[in-house]
Design a binder for this molecule. Structure first.
Ligand SMILES: [Zn+2]
Length: 194
């Protein structure tokens, strides 16, 4: 196969969930696309990579650190909602129901996939506990999400902070990302102490 094509396919194969067949489909799609579209895609990848930073406080993605939420004086600084990733933060934020701060874990504990405590942003979370009254754990209701929630609650408990978890309602094994707004608002309102 032609060299540049092989390297494009190899690049796509590095994306999560993309195998050889899908990578080839993407590559051939790019080849058939107008030059402009391909250039826009390439430059938006480069621009995003250059301009997106990780917030030094909450580990969320931002253009300027600290992020907009961490810098917002009107947010309730006594609450921190712990989420798995930036997408979940966005979904919760969209409900408009939660006015506290966030903490982005960058994943969940999953020893089988090689994800351990040190791969998550837990040390950063532990540095933020002063003056915090509630940690709302909003990991997904999966085996890994539950295990991570338990682990965090054990870490935080000695600090005398109320620890809550989103109420059931999001189906077990389901995800925050694909929950509708009403389900999510109910899960936020009905959060339970653990
Ligand atoms: Zn932040």
């Amino acid at each position: 196969m032609i060299k540049p094509l092989v390297s494009l396919i190899d690049a796509f194969k590095k994306l999560p969930g993309v195998g050889q067949k899908q990578a080839e489909r993407f590559a051939f799609f790019i080849i058939r696309s107008p030059q402009n579209d391909a250039e826009n895609l390439a430059s938006s990848i480069i621009n995003t990579k250059k301009s997106i930073k990780t917030c030094s406080i909450c580990a969320s993605l931002c253009e300027k650190s600290p992020c907009e939420i961490c810098s917002d004086e009107n947010r309730d600084r006594k609450k921190i909602c712990v989420v798995e990733n930036y997408t979940d933060l966005q979904v919760i934020e969209k409900t408009g129901r939660y006015k506290g701060l966030y903490h982005v874990l960058s994943g969940v504990l999953s020893p089988l996939d090689g994800v351990h405590q040190d791969n998550l942003t837990l040390k950063l979370l532990m540095k933020r506990l002063d003056a915090v009254e509630e940690i709302l754990i909003a990991t997904n209701p999966t085996v890994e999400g539950d295990a991570t929630a338990m682990y965090i609650s054990q870490l935080v408990k000695p600090h005398n902070i109320k620890i809550t978890r989103l109420a059931k309602g999001i189906p077990s094994g389901g995800s925050i990302e694909y929950s509708d707004e009403i389900t999510l608002i109910n899960a936020l309102d009905g959060r339970k102490e653990i």
